[in-house]
Ligand binder design. Structure first.
Ligand SMILES: *[C@@H]1O[C@H](CO)[C@@H](O)[C@H](O)[C@H]1NC(C)=O
Ligand SMILES: *[C@@H]1O[C@H](CO)[C@@H](O)[C@H](O)[C@H]1NC(C)=O
Ligand SMILES: *[C@@H]1O[C@H](CO)[C@@H](O)[C@H](O)[C@H]1NC(C)=O
Ligand SMILES: *[C@@H]1O[C@H](CO)[C@@H](O)[C@H](O)[C@H]1NC(C)=O
Length: 353
């Protein structure tokens, strides 16, 4: 119920943006992808794109698909934690330098700050009007490109029987899960932090105290729990990762709230390759790319389900959470106090296995 209310509230919060969209002078690009490709090929250079993530190969599918479709475009992409990429981008701005032409990040608060500073290129690719308005920026300063979430239980379906699948975060406190759970530190990743905030708001801090008796293996990175479960069959469940292979599944809790967001992409205004950057934006919200990501899509007209179908998650509220850095920091340090500082190898630098 309270999620319905939150959605209504978040709808209201976005009304000013919606109004300014009506007055916004930025037209939707009416060119076809091949016309934009032709314009992009007249530019000279390598498009530098940074992508938030916690494994080097996490964006390979996206950039391979782009390069296969547009072989004459040179792209150099790199994957790093969003929370460090934004710092590097801002540091470079202080020296009047551009760290990248485009940024595809999880740290959604950055986009509003950058829009306010006037460093983003407003651009509305073809089909901009098909994107859910509450997810996007009315001026085209940034675009949601795909849906992501943490909270669903992830396990090998031939290891966890149907009857054992947890239905809630209370179920995970059952002694039968002791020693079997692998989770990402909530104090090392703001998306995981928001998930833990939602759970604590549902069950109270007692939930975390009891979870700590379950001998949880805490790790850095959200791909790491899946990697560990693949290699250590004693570890069987996580809810801060995604299925690593065929035969692994992800099941959302029945009614407990969990977190979700839309990974977001923007072009920096000072890029030397504006048409090339526009081509990537246009590709990312094209029907072809949206279908390839699987459901749900950021577009209203792609797929058989929408991002509003899941009743216990909300793709808008994470953005609002991320805006209030004081609150984020307060939550982070309460978790850090209880769980400890994030230990372990940096999944981006060290080859863990
Ligand atoms: C790609 O970008 C990275 C980071 O800026 C840089 O170290 C690397 O040399 C670049 N690679 C190419 C092929 O341009
Ligand atoms: C799932 O678990 C079964 C039983 O332990 C194992 O044989 C299989 O290889 C696992 N599947 C994957 C993809 O890890
Ligand atoms: C696998 O998990 C079990 C149970 O928690 C643990 O005792 C064991 O040390 C782990 N094995 C490895 C190789 O990490
Ligand atoms: C929609 O559902 C139909 C039939 O269930 C399926 O064939 C099709 O691939 C689905 N489309 C998408 C985009 O998922």
């Amino acid at each position: 119920m309270h999620f319905m209310t939150m959605r209504v509230l978040s709808g209201l919060a976005f009304v000013p943006g919606v109004l300014s969209a009506a007055l916004s002078p930025i037209p939707i690009d009416s060119r076809s992808l091949s016309d934009i490709y032709a314009a992009a090929q007249k530019e000279n250079g390598v498009l530098r794109v940074v992508h938030g993530g916690d494994e080097k190969n996490q964006a390979d599918d996206l950039f391979n698909a782009f390069s296969t479709k547009f072989p004459n475009i040179k792209v150099n992409h790199s994957v790093e934690l969003s929370k460090y990429l934004d710092g590097r981008i801002n540091q470079a701005f202080l020296q009047n330098e551009l760290y990248a032409d485009m940024a595809i990040l999880q740290t959604l608060q950055d986009y509003d700050a950058w829009e306010e500073k006037g460093v983003l290129l407003n651009y509305k690719p073809p089909s901009f009007d098909k994107i859910w308005p509450s997810l996007t920026n009315p001026n085209g300063a940034y675009l949601p490109i795909f849906a992501a979430s943490f909270g669903p239980f992830v396990f090998n379906s031939s290891v966890v029987s149907a009857g054992d699948i947890p239905k809630s975060y209370a179920d995970i406190l059952d002694p039968k899960w002791k020693g079997k759970i692998v989770l990402t530190y909530p104090n090392d990743d703001d998306a995981v932090l928001y998930l833990f905030k939602l759970i604590v708001q549902e069950y109270g801090w007692e939930w975390l105290d009891q979870l700590l008796y379950q001998d949880v293996q805490w790790v850095r990175g959200t791909a790491t729990p899946a990697e560990i479960m693949l290699r250590n069959t004693s570890k069987t469940i996580s809810f801060t990762t995604y299925p690593p292979a065929e035969g692994w599944i992800s099941v959302a809790p029945v009614s407990d709230p969990y977190m979700s967001w839309t990974q977001t992409s923007a072009i920096f205004k000072d890029t030397n390759l504006p048409e090339t950057a526009k081509l990537l934006q246009a590709f990312l919200i094209s029907e072809e790319f949206q279908v390839s990501r699987g459901a749900p899509s950021v577009r209203k007209d792609v797929g058989n389900s929408t991002i509003w179908d899941a009743k216990n998650t909300d793709y808008v509220t994470f953005h609002q959470f991320m805006e209030d850095r004081d609150i984020v920091e307060q939550w982070r340090f309460v978790f850090e106090d209880k769980i400890g500082t994030a230990q372990g190898l940096n999944p981006l630098i060290d080859d863990i296995f």
